[in-house]
Write a protein that binds this ligand. Structure first.
Ligand code: UGY
Ligand code: MN
Length: 245
């Protein structure tokens, strides 16, 4: 029986949203047999991409390929995720799957992973499938701040139209200024927590929380507590403003 008396930390605004685990709605979808999905960010709220969490108790034998022109990014949280071509993702393993890839995604029992989908903007020959793991990805200080290390999961190649990064904050570290940019973000807090400023609101956030930052939304994060804070963040990139769809 629910005892939350109608309360949630989730907050969905015109140009940003905080999506917290207690309000996730798990659904099934014909293209993900054996899986349950909680779509947290979607074009229905104004975003130009979709981000969800997929989980499976007994395993996902074979997911259908996405519609034409859709790229995918998978980030394993628990268990294992596999591509038919032989790629295997353990926790914190990731894969970028370019549009048109007919590879079949499957997942083992007890798996959980983050799924991003978006309309890929190609300029020239498209990038190949990329996979790797966070542990094997080098970090660099953000604008010289070595308390704030950024791990870029995808190659810095203009053929990619998105970035997926892990931002690592030492306790007390923060973004240096309130960012405003036309690019969007989809974010999942992996560890720790702090205060996220979105527009004119300041949200306490912790591991498991997801955030949508729409175009131009003022954004800032300060890490609190005694442990490091980390988040996975998507950003549309190499896409000029007038090319957005
Ligand atoms: O890449 C970024 O724009 C990143 N610094 N934004 C963020 O963490 N909200
Ligand atoms: Mn940003």
């Amino acid at each position: 029986m629910s005892t939350n008396f109608g309360m949630t930390r989730s907050d969905i605004q015109r140009n940003h949203a905080l999506l917290t685990p207690e309000s996730h709605e798990w659904i099934t979808q014909p293209d993900w047999p054996g899986g349950e999905l909680a779509w947290l960010i979607s074009p229905d709220m104004g975003a130009k991409f979709a981000m969800g969490i997929v989980r499976s108790t007994d395993g996902i034998p074979a997911a259908a390929a996405p519609p034409e022109g859709i790229a995918r990014f998978l980030f394993c949280l628990d268990g294992n995720v596999r591509l038919q071509s032989g790629v295997a993702l353990a926790p914190e393993g990731f894969a970028f799957i370019p549009p048109g890839t007919r590879d079949v995604v499957s997942a083992g029992p007890g798996s959980r992973f983050v799924l991003f989908e978006w309309h890929f903007l190609a300029h020239g020959p498209g990038p190949e499938l990329v996979s790797g793991s966070v542990a094997d990805t080098a970090g660099t200080p953000l604008r010289g701040d070595d308390w704030l290390m950024v791990q870029k999961l995808l190659p810095t190649d203009p053929a990619f139209d998105a970035e997926f990064n892990i931002m690592n904050f030492e306790p007390g570290a923060s973004l240096a200024y309130v960012e405003t940019h036309f690019m969007e973000h989809g974010l999942l807090m992996l560890d720790g927590g702090g205060i996220y400023r979105l527009d004119e609101r300041w949200y306490p956030v912790q591991a498991g929380d997801a955030i949508w930052m729409g175009p131009h939304v003022p954004q800032w994060f300060g890490a609190l507590g005694r442990q490091k804070s980390r988040y996975l963040i998507y950003k549309n990139y190499n896409r000029p403003p007038l090319s957005q769809r």
